[in-house]
Design a protein around this ligand. Structure first.
Ligand code: HSE
Length: 309
């Protein structure tokens, strides 16, 4: 049976103060999953990745997502995958969500395309849960739908796509530091001062408005997180100085992507974006931390079929 090829983008989730609520798909990075129908079972025949990942379909998010989709469709047939990771695992860029969403999309497509992208969020998020230890859709939802998304509730899943910001340039810098989402969630405070809650809520609401209105200046002044960032910043060597230097180089804000270690800065100027990237990379270097970096923008399309060539 013939193969199809599906791409799913990297995601920033959380967007700043919108912990577990606001997520954003970005261009230029993502996973490619090739898939074909087989008579029965779920098979992962190859994974191209820098880190060794399990081909056991019950341990890999692609396999788990496919299982969940086949169950929803009440299908007895099987599926085979070849996965090409374009995202490092444990980077804070939604690596496991990219594989899960691409596999969920491919499975649904090969078995009659009966489910909408919205309906694929739940099976993909269940797959994410198995590896991350938390049930949140701020990576799976934007990966599938594209643009910025908001999760109102996880159970039952209630998610909307908000929109995009056309002028937004995103400077993503991934330091060579390993941060496990599980660990980055365990260190979070159980209680927070009311004034911090009000601050993060106001800024999250404004980020939502900014993506709905395609309003870069509003977004830029709302990227402030006083609850999660200060705690997780301690896991990223050099964070405070990198942020100070990114802002000095012209960034309108900088924070952590997801649970880290990737950080992202924002601007609406391509010229400034290059200087900001240089400032961030060289500052990490001063802390003896190697990085990879990319200047990117919003991916408004989300998970999609790509050319088979
Ligand atoms: N919202 C989750 C977190 C995403 O910040 O823990 C993890 O990728």
């Amino acid at each position: 049976m013939s193969w199809i090829k599906v791409f799913s983008p990297a995601t920033i989730g959380n967007i700043g103060p919108g912990f577990d609520v606001l997520g954003l798909a970005v261009k230029g990075l993502g996973d490619i999953v090739e898939a074909r129908k087989i008579d029965s079972g779920i098979r992962i025949s190859s994974i191209k990745s820098e880190l060794e990942l399990s081909k056991n379909p019950t341990k890999n998010t692609a396999g788990i997502a496919a299982y969940e989709v086949l169950k929803l469709l009440n299908e007895k047939g099987g599926i085979e995958f070849k996965i090409k990771k374009g995202l490092p695992a444990g980077s804070g860029l939604g690596s496991s969500a990219a594989s899960a969403t691409a596999a969920a999309f491919a499975t649904n497509y090969l078995y009659g395309n009966k489910l909408s992208k919205q309906e694929l969020i739940l099976p993909a998020t269940k797959a994410e849960e198995k590896v991350s230890g938390g049930f949140f859709a701020d990576n799976t939802a934007p990966a599938l739908l594209g643009g910025a998304t908001l999760t109102r509730s996880c159970l039952p899943l209630d998610i909307i796509k908000i929109g995009s910001i056309s002028d937004l340039k995103i400077i993503l810098v991934t330091p060579e530091i390993f941060v496990l989402t599980k660990t980055a969630r365990k260190i979070l405070p159980k209680k927070i001062p009311l004034k911090n809650f009000v601050h993060n809520m106001a800024n999250s609401c404004l980020i939502t408005a900014a993506f709905a209105k395609d309003d870069y200046p509003l977004f830029a002044r709302s990227l402030n997180d006083v609850i999660i960032e200060p705690v997780r910043a301690k896991l990223i060597k050099g964070f405070d100085v990198v942020k100070k230097n990114a802002i000095k180089a012209g960034a309108d804000g900088m924070t952590i992507s997801g649970s880290g270690p990737t950080v992202f800065a924002v601007t609406d100027s391509s010229r400034k974006a290059k200087s900001i990237e240089n400032a961030m990379v060289s500052t990490f270097k001063k802390f003896r931390v190697n990085t990879t970096s990319i200047i990117t923008e919003v991916d408004s399309e989300g998970t999609r079929l790509i050319n088979n060539s």
